[in-house]
Design a protein around this ligand. Structure first.
Ligand SMILES: [Fe+2]
Length: 177
């Protein structure tokens, strides 16, 4: 949700991501504009949001970076595309099967659930209450203002994200650091 008007060209050398092999695979497959609203600038902002939230909660996980790169990777349009989360899950399953993504079982489940459920969550699933999953889902939602939607704190799952959004919405300039 920060500096989203300042687009920049990102390549393998200057990206904040640490997984060039996965980034390369995703970039090659990506059907949309890489610098569009669901493209790499968004993935980076989501990753930065996960860093902010995970630091507050003192939790580390490889799931954050992988979710940021992969959750919108299978979109076929910039609009609703209700099935893109399911396709992202299937894509992640393939990458896991091929050994391109290596995570322990619990994190595999988190990544798969978060990708599939990042637009509409299955709230009955046990992973809906998982902190790592919640940080992923909130981090994506924190960037919603890029499409002109004012984020509503009620839609966030972590206390800290709700606080950030509350302050952000109160700020007349809309710039919270
Ligand atoms: Fe997203």
């Amino acid at each position: 949700m920060f500096n989203f008007f300042q687009r920049k060209k990102i390549n393998q050398q200057n990206t904040i991501f640490s997984k060039p092999n996965i980034l390369k695979i995703v970039q090659k497959e990506f059907e949309l504009d890489l610098y569009g609203i669901h493209g790499i600038n968004h993935w980076e902002r989501v990753f930065l949001n996960t860093k902010k939230l995970s630091k507050y909660y003192n939790v580390e996980s490889e799931v954050f970076e992988l979710f940021s790169i992969l959750h919108d990777s299978q979109r076929l349009d910039e609009y609703t595309d209700l099935e893109h989360g399911k396709r992202a899950r299937k894509f992640v399953e393939v990458l896991i099967k091929k050994g391109i993504i290596y995570l322990h079982k619990d994190d595999q489940k988190r990544l798969l659930y978060a990708c599939e459920n990042h637009t509409k969550s299955n709230k009955q699933h046990e992973l809906y209450s998982d902190l790592i999953v919640r940080i992923c889902l909130d981090s994506d939602k924190m960037d919603i203002d890029r499409v002109g939607i004012i984020p509503n704190e009620k839609h966030f799952l972590t206390h800290y994200a709700k606080e950030i959004i509350k302050i952000y919405n109160k700020s007349s300039r809309g710039s919270v650091q």
